[in-house]
Structures are given as C-alpha cells and as structure tokens.
Write a protein that binds this ligand. Structure first.
Ligand SMILES: CC(C)(COP(=O)(O)OP(=O)(O)OC[C@H]1O[C@@H](n2cnc3c(N)ncnc32)[C@H](O)[C@@H]1OP(=O)(O)O)[C@@H](O)C(=O)NCCC(=O)NCCS
Length: 406
C-alpha cells in the first residue's frame, strides 16, 4: 500500500495588514511591495493565538469533515519553526486539544520551511508500512513569520497552518516518495539563534541558496525519473514553488526555464516563461499574495490556492512541488491529483476565510506585535476586548510555567 493525502485544511488568522498601510508608514513606495514583492496583504496573528492554536484550528475540521474518531489517529506530526517550548512538542499540546488517544506516535519536526515536507514524507512512508489496521495520520505545518519592525523582511511576514490527512487509498493525491529530487547543504541564509524572537536573515543570499537548491533537486529528480534536460516541464501540468513572497515564484520559474531551455535564446526563453508561468504557476499564487509567508505550510497553501482556483480542471493532473527550507534543505516531488476531488476541494473554504478577515490599522499592528514576552504571557486583559472574534482554540496565558489553552 502506498499512502497519500485524503484531505487538506487551512487556518489563517482573522487579522491582516494591507501592504499599502505598511508602505505609507515606512515611507516606501507601495509599488515595491505590490509589484516588487508581489504581495497585497499580510496575515497578523493576535497574542491569544500561537503555533499550537493555529495547528489545532487547522486540524479539527479534518476530523469533523471526515467523521474521524480522534482515537483512530496513529501518527500526529507537527512541523514548525515557531515552537513554544524547547522540550514539549507543539504536537503534544495539539494531541491534548484534539483528544487524540494514546496509541499514536506524536512528535514535532524542524528544518526551517522544509520541515513541513520532511514531516509529510516521513508520515506517508510510515503509514505506507503499517498496513495492519488501516492507520490514519495527521501532518500539520504551523508557523508565524515575524521579522523586526522596519527590517527588509517586515513586508514578507505572515502566519497560518495547514493540516493534511494521511491514509492508504488516498482520495486527494498520492506521491511516490522514492523518486523525489533532494538537495541539502550547510549554509547560513536565515536562522534564529535560541532566545531570539525574530530571525536573522541574509535576504539576498537566501534567494541565491533557494535557486541553488532548486537546481540541485531538479537535477536529482530528472535522474530518478529518467528525464533529459528540457523534458521536465512537459511531463507536468502545474508547478508550485515555496513562496516566502509571491515574486519568489517568478524568480524560481525563470531560473527553471533558463536551466531547462539553456540553448534557447533570451527571447525564446522569455516566451516560454510567460506562457508556462500563466498556465502552470499562476493558479497557486492567491494565498501568498493575501497571507504572506507561512514558512512550513507555504508550498501547501500554494496547493490549496491551486485547487480552489482550478476546481474540476485540476482533477487527474500532475503537480510538481518545490519545497525549500533555509539552512538548507529542499525537495522537488510529484503529486498525482486524483479524479473526483471537487467535493473535497469545495469544503476547504480558504477563499471564505480570506474574505471574512478583519483589516488592522498600522497602529493596531504595532500594538499586537510590540508586546514583550512577559506581556504576551499574561495578556488576557487585551484579549477580553476581542472575545467575539475568538477562533475555536485560544491561548489563555501561563499557570506555573505551563501554557494554558481553551
Ligand atoms: C526578499 C528580500 C530579500 C527583499 O529585500 P529588499 O532589499 O527589500 O529587496 P529589493 O530592494 O531588491 O526589492 C525587492 C524587489 O522590489 C523591486 N522594487 C524596489 N522598489 C520598487 C518600486 N518602487 N517599484 C517597483 N518595484 C520595486 C526591486 O527591483 C526588487 O525586484 P527584483 O527582485 O525583481 O529585482 C527581503 O524582503 C527579505 O530578506 N525577506 C526575508 C527572507 C526571504 O524571504 N528570503 C527568500 C528566500 S527563502
């Protein structure tokens, strides 16, 4: 049995800041954010939510929609680089909130933005091997992309979580994990030393590392699939890239076209880029444009965007996904979308979530994000005014050094 994904769910915080507001306040031409980075709005997470609540808020609908008893879950993997504790995994908090039983492997996994894919591949392989009781697994990617005020990374912030249901005879998509293209290398492009609230980023270098990793994974993928240079794009229907900001997908796709069509002239390459980008890549962009970077879940938010944008047209199609994490690790892999998936896609409701968000002013954004750790730990005064806007799981503060949720 080869396991795969039967359903996917997404959770995005209810608040957002338009890039227009950010540009005005920072004295930057808005075109830099809209045209240069390709982003319109960014998700802002309030202080009564964190990586745990977003993870649980994403996963609960998976159990409900599929009528799954939490006791049926045999593996719960949470990928994050926004962990809340050095020892106790986010996955254990989520196990508690979702009432998942004790006969379940529960752990957290980290490798910057690549951690989500590492968790997904691990889970698919484990579930595939354990055929004795038709096991089910849940893989969650949950992250808060926060940078310092006024830094170059600030306009690429975002927050959100994805949850994927893993089982045999998958209904949404399958993948053959043995044929993936892999690349990893020890580099310092983006890191967050222990104790730092925001990451340290060598932004331009991180783009170079990303493109180097793309090239490495494509080369390995071609070898595994017996493809010659120039044959990759014709073997796929769609391409989804890891997207820290929307324009990264343009840079990545342009690089792929240059590699795959290296003997074509500049003009011919540009023609291939324009046509293939509109057809293969553009359907996956709506999420990142509205939400920003969500680290581990980025490439999977691209998949949700594509599924909602293409609907029935996507059924039975082949999607190439490129997952990149700083540090760095990357994987290029192929998903086979199943026929008859439109009912699953109709229940995702990503567009509705985006439409029902609340716009913040720049001052409100600063208020949310300038709290010190101590203020956040004992925040409930602030949360009281927003009670009507609470989502299903919220963080309520600390009791004897233990995080409390409701
Ligand atoms: C992405 C990042 C490096 C951009 O940094 P930056 O110094 O602000 O970038 P630039 O000045 O090059 O501006 C970004 C783009 O906007 C364009 N731009 C700048 N001003 C503009 C304007 N007024 N109108 C239109 N476009 C404009 C630039 O030409 C550039 O486009 P290009 O990349 O196609 O050349 C920075 O946001 C960052 O560090 N982000 C976090 C790390 C990250 O996301 N890494 C990605 C790989 S994992």
């Amino acid at each position: 049995m080869i396991a795969g994904i039967s359903d996917i769910s997404i959770y995005i915080p209810k608040y957002y800041l338009p890039h227009e507001e950010l540009a005005k306040a920072r004295g930057v031409p808005v075109e830099k954010f809209h045209a240069g980075l390709g982003n319109q709005n960014m998700a802002i997470i309030p202080n009564w939510e964190d990586a745990v609540t977003m993870a649980a808020n994403a996963a609960l609908p998976l159990l409900e929609r599929n009528n799954i008893d939490p006791d049926e879950i045999r593996q719960l993997v949470v990928s994050t680089e926004s962990g809340v504790d050095h020892s106790k995994p986010v996955a254990s908090f989520v196990q508690g909130l979702l009432n998942i039983g004790t006969r379940c492997r529960v752990y957290e996994i980290k490798h910057a933005c690549y951690g989500g894919t590492a968790g997904l591949i691990d889970s698919i392989e484990w579930i595939s091997k354990h055929t004795n009781d038709d096991p089910k697994g849940i893989v969650i990617m949950t992250d808060i992309a926060k940078y310092g005020f006024g830094t170059l990374g600030e306009p690429t912030q975002g927050a959100g979580a994805l949850a994927l249901l893993v089982e045999g005879n998958p209904r949404l998509f399958s993948l053959d994990t043995l044929l993936n293209g892999i690349f990893s290398k020890d580099v310092f492009d983006f890191w967050r030393p222990t104790g730092h609230r925001v990451p340290i980023v060598d932004g331009k270098y991180s783009i170079d590392c990303y493109l180097m990793a793309l090239e490495g994974t494509i080369s390995h993928f071609r070898t595994n699939h017996g493809l010659k240079v120039g044959e990759l794009m014709d073997s796929l229907d769609y391409l989804i890239y890891h997207m820290p900001f929307t324009k990264m997908a343009h840079k990545a796709h342009r690089h792929l076209v240059e590699i795959e069509y290296k003997d074509a002239g500049r003009e011919e390459q540009e023609k291939i880029f324009e046509e293939s980008f509109a057809r293969m890549v553009a359907p996956s962009l709506s999420g990142v444009r509205e939400v920003g970077n969500i680290y581990t879940g980025s490439v999977y938010m691209g998949l949700v965007s594509l599924l909602e944008a293409e609907g029935k047209k996507a059924e039975g199609k082949k999607v190439g996904l490129f997952s990149y994490g700083s540090g760095c690790g990357a994987e290029f892999f192929l998903c086979h979308l199943k026929p008859g998936i439109s009912r699953i896609v109709d229940s995702i409701g990503f567009k509705e979530q985006l439409e029902n968000r609340k716009k913040l002013t720049f001052e409100q954004y600063i208020q949310f994000y300038s709290k010190s750790d101590e203020e956040i730990l004992y925040y409930p005064e602030e949360a009281r005014g927003f009670k009507d806007e609470f989502t299903r799981f919220v963080f309520t503060g600390f009791k004897e050094h233990r995080r409390q949720y409701a």
